[in-house]
Design a protein around this ligand. Sequence first.
Ligand code: ADP
Ligand code: GN1
Ligand code: MG
Length: 361
Amino acid sequence: MDKQMKEVLDAFGLGDACLDCYPFGNGHINDTYCVECAGGKYVLQRINHKVFTKPLEVMENICRVTEHIRSKGQPTLNVVFTTEDKNCYNDSRGNWWRVYDFIAGSRTYELIKNADMMYEAGRAIGDFSRRLSDFPIGTLYETSPHFHDTPARFKALKAAIKADRFGRLKACKKEIDFMMAREHEVSFMTDLQKNGDIPTRVTINDTKINNVMFDEKTDKAVCVIDLDTVMPGIIGNDFGDAVRIGCCTAEEDEKDLSKVNFDMDYYNAFSKGFLESCGESLNAMEKATLAMASKLRTFEDGIRFMTDHLSGDVYFKIHRENHNLDRCRTQLRMVEQMEELLDARKSAFTPKRIKSIKETV
Ligand code: ADP
Ligand code: GN1
Ligand code: MG
């Protein structure tokens, strides 16, 4: 173990007990390690402080939300405090670190195996919302402002197109045309929120399938993790992000787009689990727009991946050339299929339909 890692593990009182410490998981943002000690297993993370510029506020949100869930007797992330009783550690090089208990007997999946697992994921994500419905939302920090502000994401894409700093634009014409043709749709969910047609709730804002822990033996969902972006938000984004990844027959970075298909059975199973958990507390507009929110959430990541590709891959970790472009392409293919299969087009929401939904809200 190198000197820096020893310093960090010592801060959490794990330096001497540590038997092994190795990179773990497939997140795009933080650096994650599994720490095996004589007395147990932990997850150590270096918080990406370029993305999360206020790590103390992120940690405060996570501690409060997880305490709330724990107080209801439910499994959740458990923050391990430093020997100085702090929820994270700022090392001598300026990096921010935190430790969680490893959620025993559980694992994550990049690709869902069957519809039952999608039902389970829906249940876990819906449960999170239900359990936090009585949480004082106004006390949460908005740690990543404009995180799911899709119009702002689109604006950033346009700026990246204009700058074309790395001369990558010419190879992306088809994708850019596809995205431009949908510009008028990007404010659909944020407009509903602004107009008060959908409420602001405590949301996770990052519910891709590898942020759901499943029991290793039974494949039952244990809980959601990766709570860095827990903030006030739109519930459709939590629903939609899981659909974006979970209902896709291939991984997010699949190069062969013929393998990238939308699985309707998975969508139905996920919706069932989700609505059984938190459906009662959603209003009619939230429920009616879950499919549209799924498409827009998927489109938003297509926009973000393309923006990052054109900007020189500065945000999402990449592991090969054109990785963000490949990720963008899968997202756009999913959007195309959601438009067909879920009728998730803005035109499906005629003023007449919106009016009739509002009347039931
Ligand atoms: P990122 O923000 O980079 O995606 P995550 O918090 O999602 O980081 O962690 C990355 C991966 O590490 C997860 O997908 C999961 O496989 C694993 N992981 C994270 N926290 C835990 C935990 N408490 N117990 C077990 N595995 C975990
Ligand atoms: C990132 O952290 P991770 O890998 O779970 C990103 C999400 C994107 C996702 C795309 C803080 O999620 O918003 O949807 O990649 N997280 C952050 O796969 O930007
Ligand atoms: Mg993650």
